[in-house]
Design a protein around this ligand. Structure first.
Ligand code: HEM
Length: 164
């Protein structure tokens, strides 16, 4: 396997590292989905200073989990699991990464909205979110959750050698 020499030598070392990175990948993925679920719940509530603060925290956790998930994902592609040659020919991974990048780009809009609330929060005032902006942010959060359903399908197919 292409990664035999990396960090820990020998089959048990490889298994240990592969297991560790699979664990980290799942941990990041579950954290990302949990943070998105919190956003999904909060966006439906009346916007108060406390809701706005919690939305900013959830969004920061989402961003950190997404970044870590991508880095761990790339390391799994390059050094663990089936070896990068397999993943280079995997349409399932291509679909997964494409969806991940698209929702990452779309998620900039809610992030900008939540960051724009900082001055109001500091002043102890509930931020103003008009109906059009609220609909846009809410639609993007729905889209992110829907895309993750498709990403999970791609992940399961990829893990079992499909779509190559
Ligand atoms: C929201 C984003 C993501 C979620 C929810 C997710 C979820 C998962 C899950 C559940 C698995 C295990 C599949 C199984 O064994 O049945 C998996 C495997 C994997 N994921 Fe992700 N993933 C995401 C993003 C990514 C990204 C961006 C990459 C690469 C840059 C990536 C690379 C991998 C790799 C290499 C595997 C191992 C597949 C194998 O066993 O051959 N993932 N992912």
């Amino acid at each position: 396997m292409a990664n035999a020499g990396l960090i820990v030598r020998g089959p048990s070392g490889e298994l240990l590292m592969s297991t560790l990175f699979a664990f980290l990948h799942h941990l990041c993925a579950f954290t990302l989905v949990a943070a998105l679920a919190v956003e999904f719940t909060l966006i439906r509530q009346e916007l108060t200073v406390s809701i706005a603060q919690r939305m900013q925290v959830a969004n920061r956790v989402l961003g950190a989990a997404a970044a870590a998930l991508f880095i761990v994902g790339i390391l799994r592609v390059l050094f663990f699991e089936k070896g990068y040659d397999y993943y280079l020919h995997s349409y399932a991974l291509l679909a997964k990464i494409t969806l991940f990048v698209v929702i990452g780009a779309l998620s900039v809009i809610p992030t900008q909205e939540f960051l724009s609330w900082s001055a109001s929060i500091e002043a102890g005032q509930a931020p103003v979110l008009d109906a059009r902006r609220k609909r846009l942010v809410s639609t993007i959060i729905h889209g992110e959750l829907a895309a993750i359903v498709v990403i999970l399908l791609c992940a399961a197919v990829m893990a079992r050698g499909g779509w190559v």
